[in-house]
Design a protein around this ligand. Structure first.
Ligand code: UTP
Length: 477
């Protein structure tokens, strides 16, 4: 331990982070071991570069000289594309049946805005059963299995902070009805938080750095480092259906999307919804130097955000209307290729946050009232400009975007619940069921459709549905 401590100390002193171990001799062996393990897992030369680039300096967004809106496949195919959509769906279904598609959920985030204790995937999301987010995805995959006769493996990226609790949840709940061999967990890497004024790494307690997950972009490295990519290769997986953990109605695997992406021989593709208003907090799909690039809502200049199309079939629509819903299909060999170079790195995004830390002068924890720290994360969509080919598919928000991000207000459990009920109502109405609606046009009943029953309206068998839903009733289909 003494050598280990001395080596680590020397390394930290060299990069101006000596404070991390300055009090380590007061710790017991187990505490020293914990702290040293964290220190040894960090590339301190990279840390020095990051402090210089992102903490001491605030990188300004470099607006590309030419920014064009990205083209997309419309949700409803125009006549000239109808045949292609049919072929694409057939191809997507064939890839699923041949066992070439895996589901991948990034679930390593801290979910601070929601304020839920424990992994977000355990959050009870559905209107009636209060089924968890993981439960929704598991039922979806069980339905995919029953429809296509093939089990799709499910990869779940956790973080060291929620890995054990996530695995325990699956264990205690019989892997949500899935074969445990088909559910693969792996943790992402962590990144220290930096004191905003000094650039020094913060400690949350005398024996631990203040660490947080390195962003969903970390998934592209974690897939490689964890051996998940090799596991995919062994199973013959070619395409990864990437989803976030917070959207209970996401199409965990969408044959049309997988098929369009595969037909067009893309490396990584995306889904979008038309933005509801110019500065909606969604990433904007743009073209920069011939590559699809996501520009964050805060970086898109107002004048571009407000521009409208004049004339033609899309008259009046926002020119930059494609908002990202963080759903992608990614080729396995693309993730392999970007990792093969050894120095693959996505750009970091800087966020100023309130990070509790340990004050060694007072020997006490501090809960800062104002943002005191810089956190750095990478975003998965920053891999899009690395793709030679990448398509975007439009989708209807009510059909597949009901995220649970905040405790109240927009993108909260309440808005998600309303969208889930609206989608269920539409699906039932499309199969001839009369659904009561109030004066505002909202369904006047609490409706929930199990993914095990239907993952698209056509899965609903009209013969087994009620003719009418009673006003104010609760109906689980
Ligand atoms: P968010 O951007 O909503 O972040 O993540 P978050 O950490 O979950 O929530 P807040 O900001 O603290 O409230 C979008 C998706 O990316 C995953 C999340 O689990 C979610 O599925 N994610 C985010 C990771 O897997 N790792 C990360 O480091 C960050």
């Amino acid at each position: 331990m003494t050598d280990r401590l001395a080596n680590a100390r020397a390394r930290l002193e060299r990069v101006g982070q000596g404070h991390v171990l300055r009090h380590a001799s007061r710790l017991n062996k187990a505490q020293q071991d914990r702290l040293l393990s964290q220190v040894e897992a960090i590339d301190w030369h990279q840390v020095t570069r990051l402090v210089e680039a992102y903490v001491s300096n605030k990188p300004r967004f470099a607006m590309p000289r030419k920014l064009e809106p990205a083209e997309f496949y419309p949700a409803q195919p125009p006549a000239n594309l109808a045949g292609k959509y049919v072929d694409a769906r057939a191809l997507g279904e064939r890839l699923i049946r041949e066992g070439k598609v895996a589901a991948f959920t990034v679930a390593g985030g801290q979910g601070t805005r929601l304020g839920w204790e424990g992994p977000k995937g355990i959050y009870p999301a559905t209107p009636l059963r209060r089924l968890s987010l993981f439960g929704c995805f598991a039922e979806y995959l069980r339905k995919v299995h029953s429809k296509y006769g093939r089990r799709c493996p499910w990869y779940i990226m956790t973080s060291p902070a929620n890995d054990a609790a996530t695995r325990q949840y699956f264990q205690e709940n019989d892997h949500l009805g899935l074969d445990p061999a088909d559910v693969v967990f792996f943790p992402q890497a962590m990144m220290p938080a930096f004191d905003m004024a000094s650039g020094r790494v913060l400690l949350e307690s005398p024996d631990s750095l203040a660490l947080s997950p390195d962003g969903h972009g970390g998934s592209l490295k974690a897939l490689h480092r964890s051996g998940a990519l090799e596991d995919m290769r062994r199973r013959g997986i070619e395409q990864i259906s990437y989803i976030q953990v917070d959207n209970p109605i996401v199409k965990v695997i969408d044959p049309l999307f997988v098929g369009l992406h595969a037909l067009d021989r893309c490396q990584m593709s995306s889904k979008m919804v038309p933005k509801a208003y110019p500065k909606e907090r969604l990433g904007n799909f743009c073209m920069v130097d011939g590559r699809v690039t996501v520009i964050e809502y805060s970086d898109l200049p107002d004048e571009l955000a407000e521009q409208r199309i004049r004339g033609g079939p899309r008259d009046g629509q926002l020119r930059f209307q494609a908002g990202s819903i963080a759903v992608h299909v990614i080729r396995v060999d693309f993730v392999e290729a970007i990792n093969a170079s050894g120095d693959f790195a996505l750009p970091y995004h800087r966020a100023e946050k309130k990070v509790p830390y340990w004050d060694f002068d007072r020997d006490a924890p501090v809960d800062p009232p104002q943002p005191n720290a810089v956190k750095l994360e990478t975003f998965v969509f920053d891999a899009l400009p690395l793709c030679e080919r990448s398509i975007i598919l439009e989708t209807d928000r009510v059909e597949e975007f009901a995220p649970i991000k905040n405790a109240d207000g927009v993108d909260s459990p309440a808005t998600s619940r309303a969208l889930q009920i609206e989608r269920a109502a539409r699906w039932l109405e499309s199969r001839g069921v009369r659904v009561p609606r109030n004066a505002e046009g909202e369904p006047d009943a609490v409706l929930e459709i199990r993914p095990l029953t239907a993952i698209e309206p056509d899965d609903l068998d009209p013969a087994s549905l009620p003719k009418t839903i009673a006003r104010g009733s609760e109906v689980l289909i």
